[in-house]
Design a protein around this ligand. Structure first.
Ligand SMILES: Cc1cc2nc3c(=O)[nH]c(=O)nc-3n(C[C@H](O)[C@H](O)[C@H](O)COP(=O)(O)OP(=O)(O)OC[C@H]3O[C@@H](n4cnc5c(N)ncnc54)[C@H](O)[C@@H]3O)c2cc1C
Length: 394
């Protein structure tokens, strides 16, 4: 699909440097494709001489960017109630749309969901596409993809945001593949260039050791997923917007997958995402039984206990307590990190907390750099003292 035109090549070697896969090499000053070429088109982007072109629909394809307008949020609902990530995505979409001077649309699918239109508008949508039909409830990949793809094809949004939830993670790659566009998963930051509408999608990469900002300069729509709890919802009680009912028809292929039974997951007693105060423990606790001390402190605030991955991996506490890149993303009013060094993967899940208090015997621990208050010393000495000072007078 990628073709090299030797006559045009100026032997600048940029294509060789741009290829992450060893897919281009120079032979006698002429670039040649190797069997490692994935057809990603990175070499085309850097070639100033026009010596590398693509044929076929899957690579190097440049969409007519000017046709694409507006920011879309694919809303998520279950039993006619919106998932909180939808309001969070709308809050971010509103912010981006105000910079870009464009509008925000929400797309929602399901049965008996007409009332959700107003809620979506109050959270920032200017326009809501509602596909309301029994066969769209509960969510199934094939009909959902077909209906949403039809809308994208017709209205051509510039940006599409989805939650990094089970549904979003299922739907987003299928849509991106269908429209031959890029998708950035699990973004922690999104900004937009007002002039060309390029979405700067930031996410941790290489095991969280760097933050990568990814753009989709040649294809539209630009697609991103964002984990629940990362973005801030907004609420505009008096907003007005437009509701568009989408006509949908069931197709035989929709039933390729049928849901026979839904079993509700046992509700966890832990809801870190909703906790106002979280007391988290890490390897510095020394042993699992020291979590009891943290539980005591958490109880003083009616808070919850969190943990770093190190202690979850050691089996000191269950995974549902884990905060961070591969755990939960939290934004409590107070986050107390006890015996946690502050690895970038941990910070990815808690750095948006209003107040961060670090208890660590090492004043140079990275957590101290982002903590609003750092208590240097042994947690075994500091926590009982805190409990004593904070507990209500009897
Ligand atoms: C792909 C990937 C994903 C990851 N995802 C996550 C994630 O989601 N969440 C996460 O947390 N990590 C994650 N990690 C792991 C992360 O890199 C760190 O290894 C981990 O966060 C370290 O845990 P810790 O801070 O508890 O332990 P350590 O780094 O060992 O820190 C222990 C701290 O305790 C302090 N200390 C020791 N004794 C005491 C004492 N008596 N009193 C007070 N302080 C004391 C020490 O000074 C030190 O700062 C991930 C890693 C990778 C590669």
């Amino acid at each position: 699909m990628i073709t090299l035109i030797p006559k045009k090549c100026i032997a600048c070697k940029l294509c060789v440097k741009a290829c992450l896969f060893g897919g281009v090499r120079l032979e006698h000053k002429t670039p040649v494709l190797t069997e490692l070429c994935t057809g990603c088109g990175a070499c085309i982007d850097v070639c100033r001489a026009g010596a590398i072109v693509s044929s076929g629909k899957s690579t190097g394809q440049i969409h007519n960017l000017a046709l694409y307008k507006g920011i879309w949020v694919i809303a998520e609902q279950r039993r006619a109630r919106l998932h909180p990530v939808t309001a969070e995505l709308l809050g971010k979409a509103r912010e981006l749309a105000d910079v870009r001077k464009t509008n925000v649309s929400a797309v929602v699918l399901g049965a008996d969901i007409k009332h959700l239109s107003n809620v979506l508008i109050q959270h920032g949508a200017d326009r809501v596409f509602i596909a309301d039909a029994p066969f769209l409830e509960p969510y199934r990949t094939i009909p959902a993809e077909r209906v949403i793809a039809g809308l994208i094809d017709k209205h051509k949004p510039e940006i599409i945001l989805l939650g990094a939830t089970t549904m979003g993670r299922d739907l987003a790659p299928r849509l991106a593949n269908r429209f031959r566009t890029g998708l950035t998963a699990d973004c922690t930051g999104l900004t937009i260039a007002a002039d060309d509408g390029l979405l700067h999608q930031t996410r941790p990469a290489f095991g969280g050791n760097i933050m990568a900002t990814i753009t989709t300069p040649r294809h539209r729509p630009q697609m991103a997923t964002v984990r629940p709890g990362v973005m801030q919802p907004q609420f505009f009680p008096d907003r007005n917007g437009e509701t568009i009912s989408v006509k949908v028809k069931q197709q035989a292929s929709d039933n390729a997958v049928q849901i026979l039974k839904t079993v509700k997951k046992r509700k966890s007693s832990i809801s870190l995402e909703k906790a106002e105060v979280i007391v988290s423990g890490g390897r510095g606790l020394g042993e699992s039984k020291n979590f009891r001390l943290l539980e005591k402190l958490a109880r003083v605030f009616s808070g919850q206990v969190g943990a770093s991955r190190a202690v979850v991996d050691m089996g000191w506490i269950a995974h549902e307590h884990q905060v961070g890149q591969t755990g939960k993303t939290v934004r409590p009013r107070i986050y107390i990190a006890c015996g946690i060094s502050g690895a970038v993967q941990h910070l990815a899940g808690m750095q948006e907390s209003d107040i961060i208090i670090a208890i660590n015997k090492d004043p140079q621990a990275p957590i101290m750099q982002i903590a609003h208050f750092g208590l240097v010393g042994d947690f075994k000495r500091i926590i009982p003292e805190l409990i004593e000072q904070l507990k209500p007078a009897s």
